[in-house]
Design a protein around this ligand. Structure first.
Ligand code: XMP
Length: 438
């Protein structure tokens, strides 16, 4: 964990921390991301570039080695006519090259290449990174005003705490509470950062405003668009009250910036915000997590002393519960969903399954069906439970939750949550389903 005195000490060694970089040339198929994770796991910094990157672009990174990443099903076959100048020339350049197929991805091969052939020494550790980055931010932002949109999610939380370590009270965080968070989440976010970290947080309560904007909207992509746009508008309005700032913090992480070798079709527009705020008066964007994978962000969060519950929290989509209420959204539906979801989460934690399941949540299906409660006919909602295991959310398998746990969850939901008389468990993997229902 870092503190101010260790920062000072670390400043002296900063020159030593120059990155030993390895470049991964992406020939498609998501495979390059798996290799990159493995390389980082072996304590070597790496970046992914598309297979058509020019030799100049590769050389700019000053790499100690290059890995060609090609999945078996990759569209970009390695026929010479399809290899760009950069990747073809890399063979002639005096630098170690590893030509790697999906089947070859073994730690020992990578380790030999990185350490014995490229001469890397394994400087890439999260402790080093945290120290160096906070020092750099301190230097860069001395005496400057910084603004951050805090959602309470892992990425924005780690980014905000990191910048706070560097600039203290010069950072103001705006937390837009759109009312689409899980039960008690808004209060928890406010409390953690205000009380525990003593950060300047402005909580904007705009629950009603979002509900009004979403009234009658059923299409998932329209919901996302409205939420993204409205979020920006609220943020802008609040930022205006603060006035001009020097920096705007964004919690962008590495998978968001990787330029793939081969384009992939859009399935869902996963961007939480509808672009950059036009009317916020800032000079520069700062993205302190731009180089990190999600699990590295979590490791960094621990280094920075952020509570484990927050760091290891399951991913939660920016549009929140809006895409877990199927069809149109009302306050009543949101409340039903919140209660059912809280029961589900509580029982998963009690059963000790929260670490092994990637994401688990309730969905309020738009469907109502007949049931019977205390001898009276009911016509109420069906709650779907979704729980998946995954490594990176690109693919996922449904979690094999023991039947007795499912039974407890189902009984509690139908007994405790009004207007729910049926609970179903989603047993589809991704693909062909997606993790979220919308
Ligand atoms: P899908 O449903 O596409 O989700 O399998 C993959 C991962 O992305 C999350 N997700 C979102 N995250 N904004 C987000 O920030 C979104 O609009 C969004 N849609 C899905 C989902 O929770 C899962 O972790």
């Amino acid at each position: 964990m870092i503190n101010d005195s260790s920062n000072e000490l670390f400043m002296e060694g900063m020159g030593l921390m120059s990155k030993e970089t390895v470049i991964i040339l992406d020939f498609g198929g998501q495979y390059s991301l798996s290799i990159a994770r493995k390389v980082r796991g072996l304590n070597v910094y790496c970046e992914i570039l598309p297979y058509h990157a020019s030799i100049e672009r590769i050389q700019e990174k000053n790499p100690l080695g290059i890995i060609f990443a090609r999945a078996a099903s990759s569209e970009a076959e390695s026929g010479t006519e399809e290899i760009s100048d950069g990747s073809a020339e890399a063979f002639e350049w005096e630098i170690p090259v590893l030509e790697l197929d999906e089947a070859d991805l073994e730690d020992q091969i990578l380790k030999n290449f990185l350490y014995d052939i490229c001469g890397c020494t394994g400087l890439w550790t999260m402790a080093n990174y945290a120290q160096e980055s906070v020092c750099d931010l301190k230097e860069q932002m001395k005496g400057k005003k910084v603004l951050c949109a805090l959602s309470g999610g892992v990425d924005s939380s780690v980014a905000a705490v990191m910048v706070h370590k560097a600039v203290g009270d010069n950072l103001t965080c705006i937390f837009v509470d759109h009312g689409l968070l899980r039960k008690d989440e808004g209060d928890q976010v406010e409390e953690t950062f205000k009380e525990q970290f003593q950060m300047n947080i402005i909580r904007v309560n705009v629950q009603e405003r979002f509900l009004n904007r979403l009234k009658g909207v059923t299409d998932p992509e329209t919901k996302r668009k409205i939420i993204g746009e409205e979020f920006i508008r609220v943020f802008e309005e609040e930022a205006k009250k603060i006035g001009a700032v020097d920096y705007l913090v964004q919690g962008t992480i590495y998978p968001d910036v990787v330029e793939s070798g081969v384009g992939a079709a859009l399935v869902k527009s996963h961007h939480n915000v509808g672009g950059l705020p036009d009317y916020v008066d800032f000079k520069e964007i700062v993205e302190p997590l731009r180089e990190l994978f999600k699990d590295e962000v979590r490791e960094l969060g621990e280094e920075l002393g952020i509570p484990k519950e927050l760091i290891w929290r399951q991913p939660f989509p920016g549009p929140g519960l809006a895409i877990r209420v199927i069809g149109d959204i009302t306050e009543e539906k949101l409340n039903i969903l919140r209660e059912a979801d809280a029961v589900f989460r509580d029982e998963i934690v009690k059963a000790g399954l929260d670490q092994e399941i990637w994401q688990y949540f309730a969905v309020l299906t738009g469907m109502r069906s007949v049931g019977v409660k205390a001898d009276v006919r009911t016509y109420d909602y069906t709650i779907a439970l979704r729980a998946v295991t995954s490594i990176d959310a690109m693919t996922a398998d449904w979690a094999r939750i023991p039947h007795d746990v499912l039974n407890t969850i189902s009984s509690r939901i139908v007994n405790d949550v009004e207007h729910v008389n049926r609970v179903v468990y989603d047993i589809t993997s991704k693909p062909p389903s997606t993790i979220e229902w919308e």
